[in-house]
Design a protein around this ligand. Sequence first.
Ligand SMILES: *Cc1c(COP(=O)(O)O)cnc(C)c1O
Length: 429
Amino acid sequence: MKTTTSQALFAEAQRLIPGGVNSPVRACKSVGCDPRFIRRASGSKIYDVDGNEYIDFVCSWGPMILGHNYPAIMEAIRQTMADGTSFGAPCPQEVELAELVTGALPSVDMVRFVSSGTEATMSAVRLARGYTGRKVIVKFDGCYHGHADSFLVKAGSGVITLGIPGSPGVPEDIVRNTVSIPYNNEEILEKTLRDASLDIACVIVEPVAGNMGVVPPAQGFLAKLRALTSELGIVLIFDEVITGFRVSYGGAQQKFGIMPDLTCLGKIIGGGLPVGAYGGKREIMSLISPVGPVYQAGTLSGNPLAMAAGAATLKALQAPGFYEKLETKATAFAAGLQQLADKYLGEATLNRQGSVMTLFFGPGPITDFDSAMKADANLYGKFYRSMLDLGIYLAPSQFEAMFLSSAHSDEDLARTLEMTERSFKKLQN
Ligand SMILES: *Cc1c(COP(=O)(O)O)cnc(C)c1O
């Protein structure tokens, strides 16, 4: 496979941009190769600057649930763009997307749009603290909530991938107010939340963890979390930046029947443009400026192009049977992967929730950060490089998810399984 143009660009990028990338995992360090620079994408495929074609399972880390270059989204962007790109004033597209989001999520009476998932979680926590007058955030080991200071304690995603325990530059005084506990452990959860010496404002959780690889919630875990936080007057924040409009139209909260107090969204609701959002009960959301005293703002917030792309996406996702079809496809594909893993790898664990999944190269069950960390990231790196050379574009880290879109055809998936088998055979030698 020719990669000289990517190599040249990467060399130049490294001179100009730290690590040559604008988000760390993209540098492909943990899988031991250099990144491919992508020129264009269409449907289930992406194409690099050397003209190589790949079946894409990163899907921009989740947003492209309809595949790349989806006609209705592109048309919505084009039409909106013809009238200008940003006004710094209210626009009708914000109201349309707000109607779609509040319509999809019964726990969300009001929503505020921002420009990234990081902004959404950061603002939701500020709001929870403002609402309760308390300080401490409880999060779970291996969950990722963007890169705001308070969350960089035992965080997932690139923070694991690069083996950074937290991050320099985050003062102790800030992380002192963050408590991180194991995912899926009801006992430690209850003990922590009932600890009267802590002044807990909120619990923030990925209702299906996706940033230590996919780790679904254990039976009853989210219900216990809801019961305890309600009893103790703690704000429960679901970070549905991945799961929103992914594991069902109404997100994980619909899937598991749990109503959080606040919800963070991103990824899919921007249809591939930069967006985030946080929303929830009217009583809490009414504390945000300009109605209330909790400050939060954004120059490009509610950007018309992003709002239009998001609205077009959500409307497409309302097609009857959309999630059922995706689930059927994902089930069959996951079964195929599992079968191959059993045959060639012995110890491998496939975790899945709907159309997001992770094949861990290690023993199961994988229910939390510690069990996920037992996976063989080195072996995954070898697998990754083999798949890349065979035209399959996977997440460049063991501890990330594989995303399926409605654009992945049965043919794409059959081909992916074929290449998986080839790669597994190679790993055996
Ligand atoms: C991606 C992600 C974020 C951060 O979103 P950005 O748009 O990258 O800032 C937050 N939470 C979760 C669960 C995510 O997967």
